[in-house]
Design a protein around this ligand. Sequence first.
Ligand code: PRX
Length: 650
Amino acid sequence: MESKTNSGSIETVIKESRSFKPSTTFIAQAHINDPAHYERLWQASQENPENFWEQQALSLDWTEKWKRVHEWNEPFSKWFTGGKLNVSVNCLDRHLSRHGNKKAFIWEGEDGTVTTLTYRELHQKVCQLANALEKKLGLKAGDTASIYMPLIPEAIIAMLACARIGVAHSIVFAGFSSNSLRDRILDAECKVVFAADVGYRRGQALDLKKTVREAVQECPTVKATLLLRRDKQTALVSQELDWNAFIEGQSSIHVPQSFDSEQPLFFLYTSGTTGKPKGIVHSSGGYLTGVTTTAKWIFDLKDSDIYWCTADIGWITGHSYVVYGLLANAATSVIYEGAPMHPHPGRIWEIIDKHKVTILYTAPTAIRSFMRSGDEHPKRFQLDSLRLLGSVGEPINPEAWMWYFELIGKKKCPIVDTWWQTETGSILISPIPGVTTLKPGSATRPFPGIIVDVVNDEGHSCKPNEGGYLVIKNPWPSMLRTIHKDPERFKEQYWSKFKGVYFTGDGAHKDEQGYFWIKGRVDDVINVSGHRLGTMEIESALVSHPRVAEAAVVGRPDELKGQGIVAFVTPRDSREKLDIHSLSRELKAHVVNEIGALARPDEIKFTKTLPKTRSGKIMRRLLKDLAAGKQVSGDTTTLENPGLVELIES
Ligand code: PRX
């Protein structure tokens, strides 16, 4: 990469709008490397997105071609209708003749153990499991299954086996509590739960079976838990089947059926602005078209690449850019079960050198932690295999961008800052590394076939550099189809704020060159370390505690995590003396128990009352200012109880 300015200071980067063109070496080998040609393609895709997406869908294997590219019954979208395919065949079978012996995954455990799976081996294991699921449990297309597992190959085998037989999977990140798991299993009416007894992270064995057992007890739809026993001591309890015994003797040949393009591939629960998580429904044909195309173009995937995305499969990034998008491109990926800074702060860099990783895709929070731990750690490693870097999940601050670029990418690796969401299925805004001039902190421009805008409250396009709401103006193949069992919420949440366009929930501005700068959420969703949490979800957890009368949760800026969680709590009158330190500990533990460790509040502030408007709405703006340690700004005249955010001190 060649920088346009000489000085390296962050102030210069921001003030001079420093930008970086792809280096000649990168351009020479990139799939897409002719800016003029790309610009023409991009313009044409903006005028006719359906045509662009139809061309992309042709790269998949369909057993029946679609009759219509897109059916739009606003806001419900169907793509490639009449088309039939099998997602697992597209990820596995079609690669076997050319890539059967190529590694699909290189798995590393925290203790350094390495296991590899070639495309042929992965295919055999998926077929065995698919056979067993059909024959022994009678699972069939249209059923649902839940996966609660650490990042190990069996979790991916379970995803692909479900996809192969038309069963929609619902992965629950193995850090959620039993209550969260139970609610998700019940909502999706899962018949089977795939689980592992333990996960290994930060030198500890996490007891996952306990969580699963507690959850499943209250789930009448679950016929069986398929338990992968990693610890020889683990005994089975009722309803549990031993994973290895379950697949033993099963044929590694499985004749796949084809499914309708719109067959749901998976549900993934994510936080919204109410207390109840939403089951985002993704399709088969459209989803696979979106993730396959974006993975190839944005990561510039080549046959020789060793790609590593550090996300867990419990999040959308793991679904789209660890599993489906990468396998559909016959790529080789590293997956790592442990924590990236364990047992030493340079672990991530060690793994990159060990496996000669060429593409690294991670989150700004992780980059900031690596920065904080000291430059000496990455400097101990060569990192010379890297050729491309990626970022996802939150806005990346220019400081972190420059550090990533200079210290990790050695100024030669482009950074693709990719903007997207659980709902969008695939990346919608990102540089194309062989053609896009990068600006630190901007996700740059929309992917071809995606029409993006920033609009004001009236829905009119904002002027350059004017802040507004980020919206997508056309349907796209990998978009969510609905919210499971709640189409009204789907309409309300995404399609009601502005007529006929998808509202992302993010604030942004577009500069004179059409580059998008994403600011973060404008709704009651907070983004902690790149993970989405609904403030209402945490509030419901808090008020379910007997000592809490009312609670309001807000985000506050956090240097490391992007946002931290601050809860304002009004305790119930009680005969017991109020010990705010012990109650604070108890409430944090309660939230962990209700939702999971990722929702633990960083701070709980006890108040005598919560500030409310006369209509009874909590004044979050005011609480946000308070949480951030700022002077309360703006108008407080509508407050029902002005000046009454009286904190209860210890
Ligand atoms: O606020 C945006 C932020 O993450 C939200 C989506 O969260 P989730 O569905 O959990 O998916 C995360 C991984 C795709 C968005 O609404 N976000 C994601 N990527 C970026 C981002 N904000 C700024 N820049 C990004 N590159």
